[in-house]
Ligand binder design. Structure first.
Ligand code: ADP
Ligand code: NI
Length: 203
């Protein structure tokens, strides 16, 4: 099988499993991560075949997926074996999706270049206009509210900006990722300013 055909097979597989996923890991998240990863990967001279397959598979073993959608590592491995992909490449792909899904705090220099690229693309999708949309959808799916200014336990959506979103730009691995994160980060700050203005009734 040629690479284009292989990628199409993986894409069909992932699309069928995730098109309707409701916690922010739906097919279109996967597609955006794939496209940003290919862009960054090109700039970084990374292996684009590994990047494209790993980006397509990156959330399939994530604990946040419901049990009927989630796969385990050996199921993903089997899928790639069935497509006739080389064992060495399969292991590189599996290692990437494990790092991304299990949020292992691996020291940066132990991540492969391809893992760094996909992690950047995944983080980009958590900030900017799209990241804001995903945050509110995720909060809604968990029954959490938009903003709670005065409670100890911070489960509201706005708190997630401080717990995660605003930190991501400084965690980017690649130059291309860092530069894409800049504008999206500024948009988060602009959004929060407007949000508080409206909340406090000053505008
Ligand atoms: P991914 O696996 O794509 O990196 P996550 O599984 O961490 O993303 O989360 C999915 C989306 O939901 C992301 O946009 C993330 O910022 C958002 N999210 C995660 N946890 C929370 C939370 N506690 N409140 C609001 N949004 C959240
Ligand atoms: Ni993701």
């Amino acid at each position: 099988m040629n690479n284009k055909f292989l990628i199409q097979r993986v894409e069909d597989f992932v699309y069928k499993r995730l098109y309707n996923e409701g916690s922010g890991h739906d097919w279109w998240h996967i597609d955006r991560v794939r496209r940003n990863a290919m862009y960054i990967g090109t700039k970084e001279n990374a292996n684009l075949f590994i990047i494209e397959i790993a980006a397509l598979l990156h959330d399939l073993i994530d604990d946040k997926l419901s049990e009927n959608i989630k796969l385990n590592v050996s199921q993903v491995e089997q899928l790639l074996l069935n497509l006739g992909i080389d064992q060495e490449i399969i292991q590189a792909i599996i290692r990437i999706i494990q790092v991304i899904s299990f949020r292992k705090k691996e020291p940066k220099n132990q991540l492969s270049l391809e893992a760094k690229v996909i992690q950047d693309a995944d983080r980009l999708d958590a900030i900017g206009a799209i990241g804001i949309a995903r945050t509110f959808v995720y909060a809604g799916s968990k029954g959490n509210i938009i903003y709670h200014p005065d409670v100890e336990e911070k489960t509201d959506a706005i708190s997630h900006f401080y717990e995660k979103l605003l930190k991501l730009k400084d965690l980017m691995n690649t130059n291309a990722g860092r530069s894409l994160a800049e504008e999206r980060h500024q948009f988060l700050e602009l959004y929060l300013n407007q949000f508080y203005d409206e909340w406090n009734g000053r505008k």
